[in-house]
Design a protein around this ligand. Sequence first.
Ligand SMILES: Cc1ncc(COP(=O)(O)O)c(C=O)c1O
Length: 361
Amino acid sequence: MANKLFIPGPTEVRKEILVELSHPQIGHRTQEFRDLFASLKPGLKELFFTNNDVLISTSSGSGFWEAAIRCCVNKKVLHAVNGAFSKKWADVSERCGREVTQVKFDSGKAVKADDIDKALSSGEFEAFCMVHNETSTGVASNLEDISSVMKKYPHVLFFVDAVSSLAGIKIEVDKLGIDICLASSQKALALPAGIAVASVSARAYKKAETVQGRGYYFDILELKKMYDKDETPYTPSIPHLYALKKQLERISAEGVENRFKRHKEMAEYVRKWALDKGFEMFAEKGYESNTVSCIANTKKLDFKAMKKEMAKKGYSTDSGYGKLNEKLEAKGKATTFRIAHMGDLTLDEVKDMLTEMERFF
Ligand SMILES: Cc1ncc(COP(=O)(O)O)c(C=O)c1O
């Protein structure tokens, strides 16, 4: 039997979802496909709290990083960098040939609105990019605070990576004024890896019309043209779409607010467990993520060895984000380990896993 995943992606996928992947294939230019595609739209919009389109790409989430930059930035873009994934997105923007300015925050710290305000006040940026939930450090920044700042700069597009938070933490895209909010399937959505979803505002489409060299595969205008016909520009991963349909039905049956509440309860339990066991949270207080807990291994336990033992017991666990731990080790600081509690996992499953883990303390 496969191990149960407590790693921050890919996450555990339920059997009811896995069977959807074996649905007989259909042509992607048929009415049956269009009906399937159209059926996904309402549930996706509810998940993003938006009236914007929610585009689907047969790629992982990073594909939409590139889409946002290549389609909506001519020259200058501002990135908040507070961990490995936000750093990587900034790197992608550079590789796309854009002029990137980074506002850096220490690992474990959240993106702070005042610093973003200061950087944007120069008036030179077309877009601002940030990662809502830094999976490498377990930090969830406050989107409301940032959104208030963004409202002072209406000409600047607001792009948010919600890869490891969408469907686990509430993100009200329209209220927050997010132009592109992107996520991967294999995190809190609890689907197999292989598709990504992104809400895209009318402003973002309008900007794209002014940008040359958008390419084809990730061109949001190509995707939009076909989205309006309930199709995709090219052959999508149809099995994933069946799985997504089923998952949206399951999310609706649970109730989206209940889903967020379940994530909060799991996170609070893990945080208390970690402190009770004598560890410290790595994330800045008040910004701890509800989908992944990053814990400072202040007790200096051998988490690499523990990971192996946990695997024998049927659990896939994490021994920390590699590069972050290397940096911490070099500074003589406590390394980290992460406990993911996202997707369809329940509090009881989290408790069972932690009970098993405690045997090694
Ligand atoms: C916050 C965040 N952004 C982006 C990515 C990259 O996503 P993907 O692997 O789906 O391209 C990850 C992957 O873990 C992530 O955690």
